[in-house]
Design a binder for this molecule. Structure first.
Ligand SMILES: Nc1ncnc2c1ncn2[C@@H]1O[C@H](COP(=O)(O)OP(=O)(O)OP(=O)(O)O)[C@@H](O)[C@H]1O
Ligand SMILES: [Mg+2]
Length: 398
C-alpha cells in the first residue's frame, strides 16, 4: 500500500512518514513530483491509494483544494488532518469524499487506527476486482453480440456472478435487445458526459437491468460521440466497474480504435469471434497481428468459433494451425435457436435450455468460473442446475 502526504510542515510529514513506515506491512510514502500542475493539486510520483491532507498547510483549511483533490485521486481514500471540528466543516469534507478526519495536533494512535480501518476496506475492495473480458469480431456478423450477451447472462445465472456488459458498437449497438425487451434510457455516451461525477450509483442508474445480476450499458446512439467517448473515459469506467462486478464484458464489434484499445489494455482476456470461413480467418489474422503490435501476451487472446460445424470444410484444427492459436470455445451453429432468441429478446439459457448452444455456454461458464474463483463452483453442480429437469434454471440471481 502507498500514501501521499500533502503538508508544508516538515515535522508533521516526518511523523506521518514514520507511522506509515512502522506499520506491518509498511505503507510506502510517495514523494511529490516537482512543479505545480494547472489545477493547483500537488502531483504524486505514482498512484496513491491513500492521500493524507494537512488542512493547516492551506489558507482556507483545504476547503477549495479538497474537491479537486477528490477528482485527481478518485481511486484513493482521503484522510484529512484538521483542528476544525465544526459540523459544517466535517460535513463539507465528507461530501467531497474524505473518509476520515483526524484532529491536530496529530495523535500517532489515531492515525494508526484510521489506517487499520482503511487497510481492511482496501483489502476487501482489492479482492473484489472483477475480470474484464472483451469480445472483438473477426468480421461483421460473426455473432459477437449474440455470444457476449448470452455469455453474460449465463455467467450471472449459472455462475451466480454479477455481470455488466458494455456495448461499444457506436450508433449500431443493440445488445440490450438480444436478451431483453427494455429500451435503454441512458447510454455509454451519457455516462461519459457525466464522467466527473461518475460513481457506482450513477453507473447503476444508467444501465439496463436484464436481471438482478446482469446489467447492460447500451452503446451510444449517435454515430460519432467524439470527445464524449475517449480512452480516458473508458479507462475510468473499467476501473470503477471491475470493483463492483465479478465480470465486465465489452462488445467491441469490429472497432479497434484508439479509445477501445484502452479497454483491450485492461482486459484479462480478449475473445476473437470468428466463423469457419476464409474472410473470418483473414480478419482474425489481421487482428492477431494488431494485438501482437500492441504487445499483448498470446495467452490473453482466445479464439471463439461461432456457428461451429464439425463437418465444415475449414476445420477447427486447420484454423488453429493457420492462426497458431488454440480454439478456446465452440458455439454450435443453430440458426433456429439463435434467431428465436434474438427476435424474442430472450437469452438462450431461458428459451432453449437443452439446446446445443446452451450446453456450450454452460461448459464455458464452468471453465471461466472454475479458473476465476477456484473451488467456489462445482462443475457438476452448475451443470445439474441447468440441465436436471425441475432444477432451478429460470431467473438470474435465484
Ligand atoms: N451460434 C449461432 N448459430 C446460428 N446463428 C447464429 C449464431 N450466432 C449468431 N447467429 C446469427 O448471426 C446473426 C448475427 O449475430 P450478431 O448480431 O450477434 O453478430 P455481430 O458479430 O454482433 O454482428 P455486427 O457485426 O453487426 O455487430 C444473428 O442474427 C444470428 O441469427
Ligand atoms: Mg454486434
Amino acid at each position: 500500500m502507498n500514501a501521499f502526504i500533502l503538508s508544508t510542515d516538515d515535522t508533521l510529514r516526518a511523523t506521518v512518514t514514520r507511522i506509515c513506515m512502522n506499520r506491518n506491512p509498511s505503507i510506502e510514502t510517495l514523494p511529490p513530483l516537482p512543479g505545480m500542475p494547472k489545477d493547483g493539486v500537488p502531483a504524486a510520483s505514482g498512484k496513491p491509494e491513500i492521500v493524507i491532507v494537512d488542512a493547516a498547510s492551506f489558507a482556507d483549511g483545504a476547503t477549495s483544494l479538497l474537491p479537486r483533490l477528490g477528482e485527481r485521486y478518485s481511486q484513493a481514500v482521503i484522510i484529512l488532518l484538521s483542528s476544525d471540528r465544526s459540523p459544517e466543516y466535517l460535513i463539507a469534507a465528507m461530501r467531497v469524499g474524505v473518509r476520515e478526519v483526524l484532529g491536530l495536533p496529530l495523535s500517532a494512535n489515531e492515525l494508526d487506527a484510521a489506517l487499520d480501518r482503511l487497510s481492511s476496506k482496501l483489502a476487501i475492495s482489492q479482492q473484489r476486482e472483477g475480470k474484464v473480458l472483451s469480445f472483438v469480431s473477426a468480421k461483421g456478423g460473426a455473432g459477437t453480440t449474440f455470444v457476449a450477451a448470452n455469455l453474460g447472462h449465463a455467467l450471472s445465472l449459472l455462475g451466480k456472478k454479477r455481470v455488466l456488459l458494455i456495448d461499444l458498437n457506436t450508433a449500431f449497438g443493440d445488445a440490450p435487445l438480444y436478451v431483453s425487451d427494455i429500451k435503454p434510457e441512458r447510454t455509454l455516451a451519457d455516462v461519459c458526459r457525466d464522467i466527473n461525477r461518475l460513481d457506482i450509483n450513477l453507473l447503476e442508474s444508467s444501465v439496463v437491468r436484464v436481471s438482478p445480476m446482469f446489467s447492460i450499458l447500451a452503446a451510444p446512439a449517435e454515430p460519432d460521440p467524439g470527445g464524449d467517448l475517449s480512452g480516458d473515459h473508458l479507462e475510468t469506467i473499467v476501473n470503477l466497474a471491475r470493483r463492483h462486478f465479478d465480470f465486465v464484458i465489452f462488445d467491441l464489434g469490429r472497432q479497434v480504435t484508439s479509445a477501445s484499445v484502452r479497454v483491450l489494455d485492461h482486459s484479462d482476456s480478449i475473445y476473437l469471434v470468428l466463423q469457419q470461413s476464409l474472410p473470418d480467418l483473414r480478419g482474425a489474422r489481421h487482428l492477431i497481428e494488431i494485438f501482437g503490435t500492441l504487445g499483448y501476451r498470446r495467452e490473453k487472446v482466445h479464439l471463439l468459433l461461432n456457428r461451429f460445424e464439425s463437418s465444415a470444410p475449414l476445420s477447427s484444427g486447420e484454423i488453429e494451425r493457420i492462426l497458431d492459436l488454440g480454439v478456446d470455445s465452440r458455439i454450435p451453429n443453430n440458426f433456429e435457436v439463435a434467431n428465436d432468441s434474438i427476435n424474442q429478446g430472450v437469452p438462450v439459457l431461458q428459451l432453449a435450455r437443452n439446446s446445443t448452444i446452451a450446453k456450450s455456454l454452460t461448459d464455458w461458464v464452468n471453465r471461466l468460473v472454475d479458473t476465476t474463483i477456484a473451488g467456489t463452483a462445482s462443475k457438476s453442480g452448475l451443470i445439474r442446475r441447468i440441465f436436471v429437469r425441475g432444477g432451478d434454471s429460470n431467473g438470474a440471481g435465484s
